[in-house]
Design a protein around this ligand. Structure first.
Ligand SMILES: Cc1ncc(C[n+]2csc(CCOP(=O)(O)OP(=O)(O)O)c2C)c(N)n1
Ligand code: SF4
Length: 249
């Protein structure tokens, strides 16, 4: 019988994430992929600002912390200095699509050979649940107590769709982790993104629709239901770009 073992890709540090938060599942998937691809010893991760800031304590590889959306720029430097290393960033939507929009877009358009793991939970988690660029129309947050009014706050950004229009992007897929088949699929996508980097094909991004039960004000199981009913219709799952055969240059 198959045994569910600890992955070598994670340290023994206990996660600080809230109960029901899917950050932990995604950490595990990334860590399993690093172990299975045998690249733990040459991988450098870049941790963001936001709830995942302490990812540097959890992944069992070298880690850098790059506050306030600068992760893709720091990852660019790390990769160009040591092209044989495997570099990934792990970023929330506030980090990647607000404070760090420019760094994300420009690393993608330059076709930097890095992998971005993008956690979209439709809210700023760490700082108390303010509106993020990904917050849905009419969604209630700390800063939109009557719901996001798109006439004042604009429309939610679909990052995977937007980035997939850039030539530098080799692979862009949106996944989620709300049930076992989707967890398996998410792992496959993460693996493909790292393989694209190993094969020097260009920028890869995996967007993971994730929960924030604490700031959504929902129990963990209700949060998964909310994600399914509200996020997936606006952020459809699937592959948005696959140029991993040819590569971007
Ligand atoms: C320009 C700027 N705006 C806001 C903040 C505060 N800030 C730090 S962490 C964070 C939340 C980031 O949330 P997200 O990236 O969505 O990740 P999550 O916590 O949801 O995992 C914010 C808003 C900041 N430091 N700088
Ligand atoms: S605040 Fe939200 S995103 Fe942050 S750990 Fe808690 S549930 Fe997860």
């Amino acid at each position: 019988m198959a045994e569910f073992k600890k992955t070598k890709g994670l340290t023994d540090a206990p996660f600080h994430y809230c109960p029901g938060c899917t950050h932990g599942i995604v950490h595990r998937l990334v860590a399993e992929v690093l172990e299975e691809l045998g690249i733990l010893g040459k991988t450098v991760g870049v941790a963001p600002v936001g709830c995942a800031v302490m990812a540097y304590d959890y992944f069992n590889c070298d880690m850098i912390q790059a506050p306030h959306g600068r992760a893709p720029a720091v990852a660019t430097g790390a990769k160009r200095a040591n092209p044989d290393n495997i570099i990934f960033t792990y970023q929330g939507d506030g980090d990647l699509a607000a404070i760090g929009t420019a760094e994300t877009v420009h690393a993608a358009t330059r076709g930097e050979n890095i992998t971005v793991i993008f956690i979209n939970n439709a809210i700023y988690g760490m700082t108390g649940g303010q509106m993020a660029p990904t917050t849905l129309a009419n969604q209630v947050t700390q800063t939109t107590p009557y719901g996001r009014d798109v006439t004042r706050a604009g429309f939610p950004i679909r990052m995977s769709e937007m980035l997939s229009t850039l030539e530098g992007v080799a692979y862009a897929e949106r996944v989620t982790v709300d049930n076992v088949p989707n967890v398996r699929n998410a792992k496959k996508a993460i693996k493909k993104a790292f393989e694209a980097q190993i094969n020097k094909k260009g920028f890869s991004i995996i967007e993971v629709l994730s929960t924030c039960p604490t700031n959504w004000g929902l129990e963990p199981v209700e949060a998964l239901k909310w994600l399914r009913e509200n996020m997936i219709p606006h952020y459809p799952l699937g592959v948005y770009k696959d140029n991993t055969e040819k590569g971007v240059f």
